[in-house]
Design a protein around this ligand. Structure first.
Ligand code: KDG
Length: 315
């Protein structure tokens, strides 16, 4: 049984192999990524059985995604192949050695055709944690309804609910997104936000104030992530500061998913708060050191590679 269940849209990924405007890239590397499946891979590598639910097309990208996730040990039994829509695609440009940007081709694709009826609510209710993102909420109205239904099923079954705000400007406007993000924050136990996303939901303020304001909406665990400057969290009414783990950044995409997986798996493992926070910071750091949205994620026994002094995070 998966301790952690998540669902969303996973996309085929074509990444420019050289730096510069995309149109001059002579070759694109084939892969895949998606916030929720990145998190499922991260959790599995950290020793926490995880399941990913979602729809892919009956095409090579869909097969790449399902076989890739299966190869990582993620439970994809409840994922489905949509015979009538394609798998979404994204293309990653490296405009400079440090900056990547992503172009989506996802409208109307299989992932956005997710409906509440596709949810395996038994599986959701039996999990320890259900994790969702507001990316799914922004895909389509049926996908948003699925997010709401998932949160309801998890809460009813006694599972903890976790939400990453993950605002994607290509999917919806800030006003519409902010309203939905606020509603979903009010229904979940754990919320992850960047400083900007927190501002969209609770108004612009210092990170400590923003974390406390997010927590006031409901979640017992509220994060405001500050990238290379670490993060601030309000947990059980107390504010915590997380120091960043300094690493050379190769590709920052996927760092938030790793961070969330670090925290959630440590929470499931019953670790005390400072170890949960440390694992989140280390997992996030690992993700940015490697090309790709999830490939560089650490196994439990690799966590200490970035911090040899910290043996406890690996337990
Ligand atoms: O968090 C990383 C994701 O952004 C990436 O893997 C692709 O899910 C994705 C999205 O919608 O941007």
């Amino acid at each position: 049984v998966a301790d952690l269940v998540t669902f969303g849209e996973t996309l085929g990924l074509l990444t420019a192999e050289t730096v510069g405007p995309l149109r001059f890239s002579r070759s694109l590397a084939l892969g895949f990524g998606g916030s929720e499946s990145n998190l499922a891979v991260a959790a599995t590598r950290l020793g926490c059985p995880a399941a990913w639910l979602g729809r892919v097309g009956d095409d090579e990208f869909g097969r790449l995604i399902l076989t890739g996730l299966r190869g990582e040990g993620v439970d994809v039994e409840a994922a489905t192949v949509d015979p009538e829509a394609r798998t979404a695609l994204m293309i990653k440009e490296r405009r400079t050695a440090r900056d990547t940007s992503v172009l989506y081709y996802r409208e109307g694709c299989a992932g956005s055709r997710l409906r509440p009826a596709h949810l395996d609510t038994g599986r959701v209710a039996a999990a320890r944690v259900l994790h969702v993102t507001a990316i799914t909420a922004g895909l389509s109205s049926s996908a948003l309804d699925t997010v709401r239904a998932g949160i309801r099923a998890a809460s009813r079954g006694g599972a903890l609910t976790s939400l990453d705000l993950n605002y994607r400007a290509a999917l919806w406007g800030p006003r519409e997104a902010a309203g939905v993000m606020r509603e979903l924050t009010g229904r979940t136990d754990v919320v992850f936000a960047t400083h900007e996303e927190a501002g969209m939901v609770v108004g612009r303020s210092e990170p400590e104030t923003a974390a406390a304001a997010l927590a006031e909406l409901g979640p017992d665990h509220a994060f405001v992530k500050l990238g290379a400057r670490g993060a601030v969290a309000s947990i059980g009414g107390q504010v915590h500061h997380l120091d960043p783990v300094e690493v050379p950044v190769v590709d920052a995409v996927g760092a938030g998913d790793a961070f969330a997986a670090g925290y959630l798996t440590a929470l499931i493992a019953g670790q005390p708060v400072h170890q949960r926070l440390r694992r989140a910071a280390l997992a996030g750091a690992f993700a940015v050191t490697v090309d790709g949205d999830w490939e560089g994620l650490p196994r439990l026994d690799e966590l200490t590679l970035l911090d040899p002094a910290d043996e406890r995070v690996a337990r």
